[in-house]
Design a protein around this ligand. Structure first.
Ligand code: HEC
Ligand code: HEC
Length: 358
């Protein structure tokens, strides 16, 4: 296996300060260019201006706020360019407690996902098990037969059917943008949407990840199926201002086992900081979440449950509301909530909300 850590194929590992320095150097060169291209009197004028308004990159270099990387690949799950050399397509998979056996290639057939525990859920509607039509992949492959999903997808277990229906309509109309769902929602029949929504709404919410504060995290990579997995023999890297969710058991996550959850690594101090923002609004920085999401954040009418959901999913949505990925009428209610939040706030809020009982 090649040494991935030196090839820049992996997210993280102290890359943030490095990138900050590089950005500063580019700005310095641009300023040097400006100085050279103007005459002496203009040079004096620029010097005076620069004394009055110090160059932004200088301020940035001194402020940890500005030093932060805008790299959000940890939240948006882009497959790493360099993949560890693991070929397990033909691997025979089994998971504890199930008598079934599938190959990895069968498991990754998104129109025919594994059903490890058929006795644990109501019969799967056709659209969950096999999809419906060319662009409609089987819901259970990404959201699992428990509805609990993975950090790269979403936890649908026990959301209200009305909320799920509305999201599918928003993905279809373009009021909500994203990676996998718009194409699926566009091809979905109304009847399949209704059946899938009712089926997911009847599932029980469950604890699906433990949230752990830490400074370092095992090095990891995102595979071609968008799953973040620990890098074999990879050692540790700095977590920084990110959330990294890793499977409790990589092989079971790759098997889409609905019994094997995740460990969410969040920055030290983030849960308490998030608690403050969520429960008090942080002196006007945001709005107390329980007003709309219910006293335990487990949902209120058509306002969805958020407690115990994947912190990366929660971060992605907060960021999405802020940057215009969700623009429906109902989504407008989230606009003021996120307007003044920065990445660190969103990471903290996600860490706290995720640590609450679903
Ligand atoms: C190929 C993977 C994949 C398949 C198959 C899939 N989804 Fe999704 N789904 C996703 C991803 C990824 C997201 C998260 C989007 C985001 O982060 O905004 C998502 C999000 C959702 C949401 C929004 C959840 C929320 O809390 O707002 C709903 C509802 C949903 N999916 C329903 C379905 C249904 C119904 C099906 C089957 C017809 C389905 N999905 C099939 C990947 C998939
Ligand atoms: C004024 C009401 C209101 C407040 C306050 C509010 N929310 Fe929301 N939130 C909503 C509504 C409504 C939706 C559903 C939007 C839609 O249908 O697209 C939502 C959706 C969300 C979602 C997306 C859930 C999903 O499954 O995709 C997250 C995450 C979220 N809110 C987090 C928060 C947090 C954290 C706070 C507090 C800091 C908060 N909200 C405060 C009304 C509110």
């Amino acid at each position: 296996m090649r040494d991935l850590s030196t090839e820049g194929g992996l997210a993280g590992s102290g890359a943030e300060p490095e990138r900050g320095r590089r950005g500063g150097a580019v700005l310095d060169r641009q300023r040097d260019g400006i100085r050279r291209s103007v005459g002496p009197s203009m040079r004096v004028f620029i010097c005076i201006l620069m004394l009055a308004f110090p160059p932004v990159s200088r301020i940035g270099a001194e402020s940890p706020q500005q030093e932060k990387s805008p790299d959000l690949s940890w939240a948006f799950f882009v497959p790493d360019k360099v993949q560890p050399n693991i070929d397990n397509e033909g691997a025979i998979r089994q998971v504890p407690g199930s008598t079934k056996t599938y190959t990895q290639a069968q498991i990754d057939d998104l129109s025919n996902p594994p059903d490890w525990f058929p006795d644990e859920h109501a019969p799967l509607p056709q659209v969950l098990q096999h999809g419906g039509g060319p662009s409609v992949l089987a819901c259970a492959s990404c959201h699992l037969t428990s509805g609990l999903g993975h950090p790269e997808s979403a936890n649908l277990a026990g959301l209200s059917a009305a909320y799920i229906m509305r999201q599918l309509a928003d993905f279809k109309s373009g009021a909500r943008i994203g990676e996998a769902m718009p194409a699926i929602a566009k091809g979905l029949s109304d009847e399949d949407a209704r059946q899938a929504s009712n089926w997911f709404a009847n599932l029980k919410p469950k604890v699906w990840q433990t949230v752990v504060e830490t400074d370092t995290v095992p090095k990891s990579y995102v595979n071609e199926h968008l799953m973040r997995l620990p890098l074999p023999g990879g050692g540790l890297e700095r977590l920084g201002d990110r959330i990294i969710e890793l499977p409790q058991d990589a092989a079971r996550a790759e098997s889409r086992d609905p019994h094997s959850g995740f460990v969410a690594h969040v920055p030290v101090g983030s849960i308490a900081k998030g608690a403050e923002l969520v429960t008090t609004g942080g002196s006007g920085k945001t709005i107390v979440c329980s007003i709309c999401h219910g006293p335990s954040l487990t949902g209120l009418g058509e306002v969805p449950a958020i407690a115990g959901h994947s912190p990366i999913y929660i971060f992605r949505q907060l960021y999405g509301f802020q940057t215009g990925a969700r623009t429906s009428g109902m989504a407008q209610l989230m606009k003021a909530v996120v307007a003044h939040l920065d990445q660190e706030d969103m990471v903290a809020i996600a860490a706290y909300v995720s640590s609450r009982t679903p």
